[in-house]
Design a protein around this ligand. Structure first.
Ligand SMILES: *[C@@H]1O[C@H](CO)[C@@H](O)[C@H](O)[C@H]1NC(C)=O
Length: 380
């Protein structure tokens, strides 16, 4: 195993405390407002308890684990984080918060999901949830090796270590209950296709695109099964976005990168095809495990993002084919840095850098996923 270490700061515990306190006030006032003696009334719909949010994957859900490892896939410097609380460049590949941050606050476990490798996390911050994700990672073992980032088996190993820490605090039985009631989010595969398969020659020599899709899905399924064996029960798995619309893909593969910037359909078709198979496989897994209390579900990111891109003006965006940082055509990670030009209004951009959505796009994506979370986590 590689050694991941260093020092850094960032604790949102006082903010979480205020957040929880406000929730507490809300429940107090709610319980006073509700008459208590009405035994005939049917029980109100109540959410199943969600104990924590636990996240695995790539830069779409990495809140800064890469700050603590040696890789070029980093972004803990401006202009990243410019719309984050106190403008902190946390290591999120975004100007602000990620979808998993919005989900974490929505289900009421925490305001922002911190990176597991942050050495300053207290036990309560750990308990309510962390992200093990690493920018540049993917399900093909070759993908994380390209950028020397944290591969999926190592993310799983960190999760096992995480469980041991919780067990030390609350005991085995309570820890297992806690994990069973946690919400798991898995989001990766863009790097497998965009960086590994299409930009490098190795995989294309040995795999057709169809075979590569099956290979990525096979690895993903193995991972979901491993999570299941570790006690995960509620697992949401994101599909691919329309990869043909990523500004960097348009720049590298369209042949008309300067004159006619628009989505490349043959790339996005790879994503829809992958998503189709992924959805089918997750459906089969869910069917075989439902009787054991599992909720394995597909998260559609393709259609919401596709709609935003094709109907961008409806959502108040002005620019869709280039990112806010630098020229917007190529810059991401260390190429998007304190010396880069930054657009005056991040909310007008669908993408913040040439690969990653802006916070506003992530928020709209979260909003489109919210009904799914309501139906999955709501109790009937
Ligand atoms: C930024 O852009 C958004 C969306 O186009 C718009 O609603 C907002 O008013 C703009 N803000 C500023 C300060 O120009």
């Amino acid at each position: 195993m590689r050694s991941h270490h260093t020092h850094s700061s960032s604790s949102s515990s006082s903010f979480s405390f205020i957040f929880i306190f406000i929730l507490f006030l809300f429940f107090i006032s709610f319980s006073f407002a509700t008459p208590k003696l009405e035994p005939t009334k049917p029980k109100p719909k109540r959410r199943q308890p969600i104990s924590a949010i636990l996240v695995f994957g790539d830069s779409t859900v990495d809140p800064g684990n890469n700050n603590y490892i040696e890789t070029i896939f980093k972004c803990n410097f401006p202009p990243y984080g410019l719309d984050f609380k106190n403008k902190i460049p946390t290591g999120r590949f975004c100007n602000g918060r990620l979808v998993t941050d919005f989900i974490g606050s929505y289900i009421g476990v925490k305001e922002n999901v911190p990176p597991y490798l942050d050495p300053n996390l207290g036990i309560n911050e750990l308990i309510s949830g962390v992200s093990f994700a690493s920018a540049g990672s993917g399900f093909d073992p070759l993908t994380p090796a390209i950028g020397n980032v944290i591969d999926i088996p190592t993310q799983l190993e960190y999760f096992r270590e995480y469980k041991r820490k919780l067990e030390g605090k609350m005991g085995k039985q309570q820890m297992e209950k806690h994990i069973g009631e946690a919400l798991f989010c898995v989001s990766a595969a863009t790097n497998d296709f965009v960086i590994n398969y299409f930009a490098l020659p190795i995989r294309r020599k040995t795999f057709t695109i169809e075979a590569y899709q099956q290979f990525v899905i096979y690895n993903l399924k193995q991972f979901i099964q491993d999570l299941w064996k570790e006690g995960a029960r509620k697992i949401g798995v994101a599909g691919l976005p329309p990869i043909g619309c990523l500004p960097i893909v348009i720049t590298l593969f369209s042949g008309e990168a300067l004159t006619n910037r628009r989505c490349i359909d043959r790339f996005s078709a790879v994503a829809t095809n992958y998503n189709f198979h992924l959805q089918k496989e997750l459906g089969l897994m869910q069917m075989s495990l439902a009787h054991l209390g599992s909720k394995i579900f597909y998260l559609d990111v393709y259609n919401p993002i596709n709609e935003i891109i094709h109907d961008y003006q409806k959502f108040g965006f002005e620019e869709v084919s280039s990112g806010c940082c630098g020229s917007g055509y190529l810059e991401a990670s260390i190429l998007c840095n304190p010396k880069s030009y930054v657009c005056p209004n991040t909310s007008a951009y669908v993408f913040f850098d040439s690969i990653h959505p802006s916070e506003k796009t992530y928020f709209l994506l979260f909003r489109s996923l919210r009904p799914l979370y309501d139906s999955i986590l709501g109790c009937l």
